[in-house]
Design a protein around this ligand. Sequence first.
Ligand SMILES: NC(=O)c1ccc[n+]([C@@H]2O[C@H](COP(=O)([O-])OP(=O)(O)OC[C@H]3O[C@@H](n4cnc5c(N)ncnc54)[C@H](OP(=O)(O)O)[C@@H]3O)[C@@H](O)[C@H]2O)c1
Length: 308
Amino acid sequence: MYLLYTIVASLFTFFILKWLKKRRFCTDLKRLDGKTVLITGGSSGIGKETAVALAMRGARVVIACRDVENAEKAVREIKFKSHSLNVLYMELDLANMSCIREFCKRFLQKEKRLDILVNNAGMPSVLDWTDDGFSMCFGVNHLGHFLLTNLLLPCLKESAPSRVITLTCSNYKYQRLNFQDLNYNLVPFFTYCRSKLANIYFSQELARITEGKGLTTYVVHPGFVQSGWICHFSFLFRMLMQVIMWMFFVPCELGAQTVVYCAVSDEAAQHSGGYFVDCRPATLRPFARDSGVAKKLWEASERLVKLV
Ligand SMILES: NC(=O)c1ccc[n+]([C@@H]2O[C@H](COP(=O)([O-])OP(=O)(O)OC[C@H]3O[C@@H](n4cnc5c(N)ncnc54)[C@H](OP(=O)(O)O)[C@@H]3O)[C@@H](O)[C@H]2O)c1
């Protein structure tokens, strides 16, 4: 009898989890014909599924990736899935500031407009350093996207109404920024949380600076998603995470839905600078809404990437 109860309870839990995985698709069917979208890290995971969804809606999609071979493969797959030929890749390594500057020059020469920028690429909890000596998480996830967005800002403004969508993670809440040590690189998980908190402050300050200029900004937690981020970890951790991911995490297609929602929704556009989860606005912890910290981080980042 005990065994039977256990089996019934396990099946019940399994189906509840499967049902939870099916939450929230973007129901706004707006098309994006004539619009240009740039997605960083679009060769895998959430970025690739976002590219498929936006190409399906008629957008010209540029994926910015550091690995040319992966990028070529991804472009073929995105074209096939979206039935669109208007998809291309450009090489970009967000761990290298001069590469970002060079990328922006090429992008602006090649593309006439930029309607939607998706700051998606991300390094998970790893302890490493970028070519410019920043901690890998802070350097790629925050500083790389900070520089990229700033260099593309004139083009975004010219293409108004335009949108900047930045991926964060609900784990932001486990850490605070330490301005004496922005390059903190000690506990891998904490470096990741700090970089994702920086993404939130960045999006809020960008909204403030560009208010009234036709540009709106969004910061998105995509949910916990079965993507490729575990490839950065040891074999044992990967095996363990595969099981956990299969049970609790959502497929990439679902992970991309809130990004798609922020790319097209008029309702979302009324909450510029806002935080979005499951295709709707969500509430941040009070410390993450501190405009003083957001401004301070913006100014510190400007100095670090040598914009001033
Ligand atoms: N998966 C989740 O559960 C989850 C939860 C919350 C938030 N997020 C956020 O969602 C975003 C997408 O992550 P994902 O889950 O789709 O992970 P993913 O499959 O690992 O994709 C990350 C992408 O970022 C690219 N990237 C990493 N470093 C780069 C660099 N230096 N320059 C250019 N591109 C770089 C990767 O390129 P390579 O293929 O060359 O490595 C990859 O295409 C990230 O910002 C992540 O923090 C994910």
